[in-house]
Design a protein around this ligand. Structure first.
Ligand code: KG4
Ligand code: ZN
Length: 356
């Protein structure tokens, strides 16, 4: 079964081909540079970029694999949550392909796709606890199968990725700041007391990052020298080692605080859900070195494997959509041409039709 995956929910256009559960090839066009000047994704511009590059990437992808669109059995597309205009570009493209070839259409939940992406690299065992930490979401799921996800906890305000991006912004570091905050933090020393670990003294599995955002803003306001005069990557030989070190220490402490917060809630979820056979951590923030280290310790203590997609599968990509579509097609699922795009904030319905 040859499955084409289409990802266009935010600022990455991703296309991939998965044959019988194995990744054949993929193409990714990032719009990061286009949006960097605005300090965040501009939805209108993002939609236009998807419209422009989707056909180009598809032609390249098929040509390099010496395939034609007629060889594709399943067209799998991210149908939400995401930016509505961006999703519509991918959905309409997918529907056009399906209309012209007769392939099966499958609308994939972008969040579920992040969590099953690692299945391209290793066998997934269920039931699993899934932590999705991305630019738009911080969710804990109980995953009983690739088609059965139960939401156990979620962020009440900012997502983990947003917390990273806003911290970077407060220091005038380039957008998106997560990777740079991670990299600079690696050079610093953690002060576990610098920032409070917010919203953990409760009994739930939800997250809140607004307290941490305020704590970071307060720290930067009291230490304005940490803010770059011109947006860019700090250069210790220009600004001085002392200043760079202080910023790196702050970022090391920030990385620690986010990871610690995720750890507390995941440990709580593991205590409450018996029989969990693996811990899956996915989404852009799963690329964070401290989060990866801490989660590996958490899984080790529960004697379950930690499933982490490799770095290129953590951020948005077409391969995860193609693979999630393959899993659904294998289970006999499909969508009709009335498949809807679901914007952020709305629950993605389980409205697939099952032949089995
Ligand atoms: O999953 P993703 O690619 O897109 C969404 O669906 O949101 O996640 C993007 C987020 C951004 O906020 C980015 O700053 C963050 O993931 N990110 C990181 C790292 N790499 C990307 N955050 C922390 N550490 C990283 N190494
Ligand atoms: Zn994503």
């Amino acid at each position: 079964m040859l499955c084409l995956g289409i990802e266009s929910s935010c600022d990455e256009t991703g296309l991939a081909l998965v044959r019988d559960g194995k990744l054949l090839a993929e193409k990714l066009a990032s719009q990061v540079d286009v949006h960097a000047v605005f300090g965040g994704v501009v939805p209108e511009i993002a939609s236009r970029e998807h419209l422009r590059v989707l056909p180009v990437l598809l032609t390249e992808l098929l040509k390099e694999q010496q395939l034609t669109i007629q060889d594709v059995d399943v067209v799998s597309v991210a149908r939400g949550p995401g930016l509505q205009g961006c999703l519509l570009m991918g959905l309409n493209f997918a529907k056009g392909l399906v209309l012209s070839t007769g392939a099966r259409l499958i609308g994939v939940n972008h969040l579920w796709a992040h969590l099953t992406a690692a299945g391209l690299e290793q066998k997934l065992v269920f039931p699993s606890l899934g932590l999705l930490v991305s630019g738009g979401h911080t969710h804990i799921y109980l995953i009983e199968s690739p088609l059965k996800f139960t939401l156990l906890g979620r962020t009440l305000d900012d997502a983990a990725g947003e917390a990273f991006d806003k911290t970077a912004k407060s220091l005038n570091l380039p957008y998106p700041g997560g990777k740079l905050v991670d990299d600079l933090g690696k050079l610093g020393t953690v002060d576990k007391k610098l920032f409070p670990v917010p919203y953990v003294n409760n009994d739930n599995l939800d997250f809140s990052f607004s307290g941490l955002k305020t704590a970071v803003a307060t720290y930067v306001n009291s230490n304005p020298q940490l803010r770059m005069d011109i947006m860019g990557i700090p250069d210790p030989s220009v600004e001085g080692i002392e200043l760079s070190s202080q910023r790196n220490d702050m970022l090391a402490s920030f990385n620690y605080t986010v990871a610690r917060k995720l750890q507390i809630k995941i440990e709580r979820a593991l205590e409450r859900n018996h029989g969990i056979k693996s811990l899956i951590v996915a989404g852009g923030v799963a690329a964070n070195s401290v989060v990866r280290r801490v989660m590996s310790r958490v899984a080790g203590r529960s004697s379950i494997p930690l499933v982490l997609p490799s770095l290129h599968l953590c951020t948005d990509n077409g391969a995860m959509i193609a693979y999630a579509g393959y899993l659904m097609a294998e289970a006999g699922c499909r969508h009709n041409l009335d498949l809807e795009a679901i914007p952020r904030g709305r629950v993605v319905p389980s409205d697939w039709i099952c032949d089995n």
